[in-house]
Design a protein around this ligand. Structure first.
Ligand SMILES: [Zn+2]
Ligand SMILES: [Zn+2]
Length: 209
C-alpha cells in the first residue's frame, strides 16, 4: 500500500485513540464522548480529503533505508529533520493563522474552528477544509520544500503533529488552568502560534496568565 495512505490511516487511528484516551483518563463526562453529527462528518472529511491532498503537494524526501546506519545516527537524523520542520511549521502556521483572523477569511472559513470555545481533544481539526489544507496540513509539510528530510522522519513528524494538535485542543481536561492555545480559543486575539512561541513573542501577541 502507498505510504501516504498508510499515513492517513495512522493519522486517523492516533487522532481518535488519543482523543478518547484523554477524555477517559481525565474522567470527562460521557456526554462528550459522542461528537455532534456535523462535527464528526466535518472532522472525517478533513482527515480523508485533507490527507489525500498530500498527493498534490509533491513532497520531496529521502527514501533510502537508514536501518543500516547505527541507531544513534538514525535518531540524530530524525531529530534534526523534525527540528527543522518544526521551525518552518511555527513560522508558516503563525502567518497563515493570523491571516485567517482577517475579517474575510474569518467570516468565510476560520469561524468554524472558533465555534470550539472550550475545546475537546477531537475538535483539533474541526475546521473548514480550506483551512485544514492551507494551515494544518501545509504548515506540517512546508519545511520539506526547503529541507530534504528522510521519509521515516516525515512519518514520525506527522504522528507527533497529530498528538500535539489533539493535546493543545484539550481545554476540557484543564479548564481551570488553560494553556497557550486554550487562550487563543477563549480570547481569540492572542497566541496565534503553534509549535515554538517565538512568533507570538516577536509580534506581541503572546499571552500567558
Ligand atoms: Zn485551535
Ligand atoms: Zn484562530
Amino acid at each position: 500500500m502507498d505510504w501516504k495512505l498508510i499515513l492517513l490511516i495512522e493519522h486517523i487511528i492516533i487522532y481518535w485513540t488519543y482523543s478518547y484516551y484523554l477524555l477517559y483518563k481525565n474522567k470527562i463526562d460521557n456526554k462528550y464522548y459522542i461528537p455532534d453529527k456535523t462535527i464528526l462528518c466535518n472532522i472525517l472529511t478533513n482527515q480523508i480529503i485533507g490527507t489525500l491532498s498530500l498527493y498534490f503537494f509533491d513532497i520531496k524526501y529521502i527514501i533510502s533505508p537508514i536501518q543500516t546506519i547505527n541507531i544513534y545516527t538514525t535518531i540524530y537524523i530524525i531529530l534534526l529533520d523534525m527540528f527543522i520542520l518544526s521551525i518552518f511549521q511555527s513560522i508558516y502556521f503563525y502567518i497563515l493563522h493570523r491571516l485567517f483572523h482577517v475579517k474575510f477569511f474569518y467570516k468565510n472559513f476560520h469561524y468554524i474552528h472558533h465555534k470550539n470555545y472550550i475545546t475537546l481533544p477531537y475538535s483539533a481539526i474541526n475546521c473548514h477544509i480550506i483551512e485544514h489544507i492551507l494551515i494544518n496540513i501545509m504548515s506540517v509539510l512546508i519545511g520539506t520544500k526547503f529541507w530534504l528530510c528522510h521519509q521515516n522522519s516525515l512519518i514520525i513528524w506527522v504522528w507527533y503533529a497529530t498528538i500535539t494538535s489533539v493535546y493543545t485542543h484539550s481545554n476540557i481536561i484543564r479548564e481551570k488552568s488553560p494553556m497557550r492555545h486554550d487562550f487563543h480559543h477563549l480570547l481569540k486575539n492572542v497566541n496565534y502560534g503553534s509549535g515554538y512561541e517565538f512568533m507570538d513573542k516577536l509580534f506581541g501577541t503572546y499571552y500567558k496568565e
